[in-house]
Design a binder for this molecule. Structure first.
Ligand code: AHM
Ligand code: MG
Length: 315
């Protein structure tokens, strides 16, 4: 069986890049330990502070952010950390060649009900500065804290899945994940229907019509409300995830964040043969203007994503 270390050395000769991924994997393993016993330790509920987007932080958001910070501080290859939980980018090692952008605990509103949450990360070259397009990513990954703790990571080639064993080793469990090109499952928060644009409404109506509609095909709907869980399902068995621009999120540019949610997920899904778009352009080509920038996110099975792009094309 291949472990993470072996996989990294086969993927890249850049030991520092492998080391950056190992630091995030170690942070993920530590966060998994904390989450497993958090209700016993009383680490639930609100921490009483707000993050940069004005949202209430859970105690575990803060704890996870600290864990990531500590692991990256120990790694001299990390120059800068961008985190959803921190207003400003944090300078780390002056010799470091990488920027890490992370959402240390995504989907944290699901914590109190024991539903899968995750840590998302993106690795960028430090010389490119804080605001780089997703195409510049050197690596990306996420850790999903579900029934098993999974690490999904991609450097350049395929997207690989590892599972944390009882000894703390990341064991490869899927060598090259493939998002099926076609699918009959979509993920969107349908409670937002009244805010949707014509393209989103058209796409969803057509899907819901099932075999009686123009597509002549039955669709199923899933929405965990935890991007990591929804994306992991899509990576393993196909489907499409949509958090499109709508009349409520339009003033903010979308709901999800470009640097540490949309870009790493798009990188992983594309590495598995899937597709990603804002509706009008490839997510990875979006030029960032702010480290906490938001963006519409549509990604998953290529045929479904193309169908959404088609709806946007009808303008
Ligand atoms: P967070 O970073 O504050 O946790 O928010 C991101 C999460 C995603 O995991 C998920 O896809 C989305 O928010 C759910 O949004 P909604 O509550 O509108 O369904
Ligand atoms: Mg989050």
């Amino acid at each position: 069986m291949t472990d993470l270390k072996e996989w990294l050395s086969a993927q890249t000769t850049d030991e520092a890049l492998g080391g950056a991924i190992e630091s995030m994997a170690a942070a993920g393993a530590e966060i998994a330990r904390v989450l497993r016993e958090a209700p016993i330790a009383g680490q639930t509920g609100l921490a009483g502070s707000d993050n940069v987007q004005g949202e209430a932080q859970k105690a575990l958001d803060v704890i996870s952010n600290d864990i990531v910070l500590n692991h990256l501080r120990e790694n001299p290859a990390i120059s800068i950390l961008i985190s959803e939980e921190l207003d400003e980018a944090v300078n780390m090692s002056s010799q470091g060649q990488f920027i890490v952008a992370t959402d240390p605990l995504d989907g944290s509103s699901n914590l109190d009900v024991n539903v899968t949450v995750g840590t998302i990360f993106s690795v960028l070259p430090a010389k490119g500065g804080l605001l780089q397009r997703g195409t510049e990513q050197l690596a990306a990954g996420y850790v999903a804290y579900g029934p098993a703790t999974s690490l999904v990571v991609r450097i350049k080639g395929e997207t690989s899945v590892f599972t944390l064993d009882a000894q703390g080793t990341w064991v490869q469990t899927v060598a090259a994940a493939r998002v099926p090109e076609a699918s009959g499952e979509f993920a969107i928060n349908t409670a937002r229907e009244r805010f949707w644009d014509a393209a989103t409404t058209g796409y969803v109506k057509e899907s819901v019509a099932g075999e009686t509609g123009a597509l002549g095909k039955r669709y199923n709907m899933r929405w965990v409300g935890s991007m990591v869980a929804d994306v992991h399902r899509i990576l393993m068995r196909g489907g499409i995830f949509l958090y499109p621009l709508d009349s409520e999120t339009i003033s903010r540019g979308g709901r999800l964040r470009l640097l540490y949610e949309a870009n790493p997920m798009a990188w992983l899904i594309e590495g598995a043969g899937g597709r990603s778009t804002t509706g009008t352009m490839r997510i990875l080509d979006v030029e960032p203007s702010d480290i906490h920038q938001r963006v519409p996110v549509i990604l998953g099975s290529a045929e479904e994503v193309k169908r959404v792009e088609d709806w946007y094309g009808r303008g």
